[in-house]
Design a protein. Sequence first.
Length: 317
Amino acid sequence: MTDTTAVLGYAWPLIVSAGEKIAFHLSSATLDSADATLVRVRCGDPDPNGPGLRLREMEASINGRAPLVHQVIRPGSCAIIPDSPALSDLQSFTAGAFVWPTLPGDDRAQTVMSRWRDDLQCGWRLGLDSSGHAEFVMSTNGETWRVATLQPLLSREWVLVGASWNAKSGAITIMVKSLDPQGGRERSAIVEAGGPTSMPWPRETPLVMAAHAKDKVSYAAFFDGKIDRPRLYAGAVTRDALHRLCEAYTVAPGDPRLIGAWNFALDIPTKSVIDMSANRLHGALRQMPARAMTGAGAGSASISRSVSANRPGRTAA
């Protein structure tokens, strides 16, 4: 039997005109080379009851033995906001967004918003634990503070998820508000725990939505689901206040509490993530999550984390 997965790859671009270049990106975990032949596909259906495969070989510079390397697939997409003083100098703050999880409790943690580094075990992250409970974690210098809800979130139900840290009192809070609590879907909760009164945040660490940073170059704990209207405010605000702030489609850029308010409905055809606050903390999407998804209310748009892969390496052009 032929192992049809020994070599993986794709052609790019998918559509070319006469005289234009096309590249073939190939990868293999078991082979260091393979025979390559450019063909015109007249019929790609191998069904023995049909005409079968009909391929016509074409002359091309890439025909022959092609070297292969293993290009590791790193699935996951997220939004990345570069570091700035507005993020790294925060003390008391509140972070929140509407979320629609699709795989809560699948035995892995999922991050909604974060400014966190796994390799340093430092920063903060808001998300779901491996059992699907909403959680807020802060850590620095070997100390960790965590607060979580008692009930796990439901799959495919919109909720407001938020977290706050009051540096003056040292309180950390996780907040959940169900947007449709009928029929046993109520998951609203406010849970408070003790936390630090000051935090030295990690430097050169981006704000990430739908994941968190493993180190300076890679990401982990990708969120499965949709995220709508993420907000970041200076100071600790209540759940009801956070709900009103996230519910608003427009923001007051002059609000001194407003650190960031990202609108996924803007520049949908691009990789850009637009911040409506005066700080202009614009960012970019990594590995293109789905855009223009329905959001938590009429007229809104969310991003949906989708599994995608880095392109295998180019072997010919």
